[in-house]
Design a protein around this ligand. Structure first.
Ligand code: ADP
Length: 424
């Protein structure tokens, strides 16, 4: 699949997911609104009937506004006298049942003569929760009105309405699963695309790296086929040596790729011993000093760690430091100025390898530790490598339960920070 097709597929998928989610949210909200309005209407009608029944019983005159909805889940019914709690509860329950409202509710009776709530209780339809003591009823804090009245509160109103939206709940779960499935598919497509890009880059790179020794061997072999060469033993030896050296170089390259490519933190054989990072850094920096001086550059080492000891594998940790210095040198277009600093922080030995090189763009930083990953440079192959150096470094750090972190700015340089647990 071409890059353009993938971008289009992903955009379309994201757009369709957005439309599906927005549509579902819209319809669920709409259905909730309708259900809530119906619930409020039923409660208002039921309570109006209760008020009328009380007024008839007391032979009182009608009230102007029998039921007022004070809050989303709180209704107040105006009456002219204080009803008996037993009677009121029965009337409310009967009326609610007529409207299929068999959900828990609280009610409270306010008496304006004593300016107090004379009774408050909760009616529960749950089997083992028949009566709740009045002091546990939340409705008592809701009264602040003149005249006689009683209030009805539905503590679980949202849940009651949501329960009635079961179709929408199930469809939302199905849509949620579809969204997850779709998102996972997009993720797999993108990962697949990235892996296939990395593979293509690796093959190009490998071909490029192997072409030179193969053609050198070919040319030397052809020269050896020349009948005149038998009379020139020095040239003969020269060509044979070229073939031998190039063959060795090819073998070591292939071995290196095969060895590192199959490496995992669990597979790494580490021979743990107490090692001095300052010694390793000292040796590594001296090894690079000459080559750097030839380029006019330098390597500066600042060893501030009071305790440079860690438990680690001498060979692998040495390779890690070499790899980082080698990269610092390879990926610098100016005169290389490499710094290595050590310190102790929170029981750790911290090593920083700092360069003034080309830097790595933010978008690539997360991938440079992946196997075969190289920051794309178009068709330029001016810096050799297989994208395995940092993969190796990261694998070794993981095998040591140590951490690596990179900070980088394009054109300014990069800092690779290693953190190891200090050895006692
Ligand atoms: P390679 O064999 O290509 O050097 P690495 O795994 O060592 O492989 O590095 C992966 C990629 O990370 C390199 O191709 C390079 O683009 C980038 N990189 C690594 N180290 C540096 C650095 N110090 N400065 C800039 N880029 C770097």
């Amino acid at each position: 699949m071409s890059r353009k097709t993938i971008v289009i597929v992903v955009l379309l998928a994201v757009f369709s997911l957005g439309v599906i989610i927005a549509g579902q949210v819209f319809w669920v909200r709409k259905a909730y609104g309708i259900q809530e309005r119906q619930f409020n209407d039923h409660v208002r009608l039921a309570l109006t009937n209760v008020v009328e029944e009380i007024l008839i019983m007391n032979k009182d005159s009608a009230v102007t506004e029998p039921v007022v909805q004070k809050e989303s889940n709180f209704f107040v019914a105006n009456i002219n006298d204080t009803p008996s709690p037993f009677l009121l509860e029965k009337l409310i329950k009967d009326e609610f049942e007529r409207y299929n409202l068999t959900e828990d509710f609280e009610y409270g009776i306010y008496d304006c003569f004593t300016d107090s709530i004379v009774f408050a209780s909760r009616v529960s339809y749950a089997v083992d929760d028949k009566v709740v003591k009045p002091e546990r009823v939340s409705i008592t804090s809701k009264f602040e009105q003149d005249g006689h009245y009683f209030g009805v509160l539905f503590p679980n109103k949202t849940t009651i309405i949501l329960k009635q939206l079961d179709f929408w709940m199930y469809s939302s779960i199905v849509i949620f699963l579809i969204v997850i499935f779709f998102s996972y598919t997009i993720f797999v497509i993108l990962r697949h695309k990235r892996l296939s890009d990395v593979k293509t880059d690796f093959i190009n790179n490998m071909t490029h790296e192997l072409k030179t020794p193969i053609s050198t061997i070919g040319l030397s072999a052809e020269a050896l086929l020349n009948p005149n060469i038998a009379g020139e033993p020095s040239r003969l030896t020269q060509y044979v040596n070229i073939i031998k050296n190039e063959n060795q170089r090819l073998r070591s390259q292939v071995d290196k790729v095969l060895q590192i490519a199959t490496l995992t933190p669990k597979k790494v054989q580490v021979k743990m011993e107490k090692i001095n990072l300052h010694d390793i850094i000292g040796k590594a920096s001296s090894a690079f000093k000459l080559a750097l001086q030839e380029d006019g550059g330098e390597i500066n080492v600042t060893l501030n760690a009071g305790n440079p000891y860690i438990n680690g594998d001498l060979v692998h940790i040495t390779n890690v430091i070499y790899n980082l210095i080698d990269n610092a040198r390879k990926y610098t277009e100016d005169i290389p100025q490499i710094k290595i600093e050590t310190s102790n922080e929170n029981g750790q030995v911290v090593v920083k390898v700092i360069d003034n090189g080309v830097g790595i763009a933010q978008s690539h930083l997360g991938m440079i530790f992946d196997k075969f990953y190289r920051v794309p440079t178009g068709n330029l192959h001016n810096v050799k490598g297989f994208g395995l150096g940092l993969f190796y470094v990261n694998t070794i750090m993981k095998a040591h339960k140590a951490r690596i972190h990179v900070e980088s700015k394009i054109g300014k340089g990069s800092t690779f920070t290693l953190r190891f647990k200090s050895a006692e």
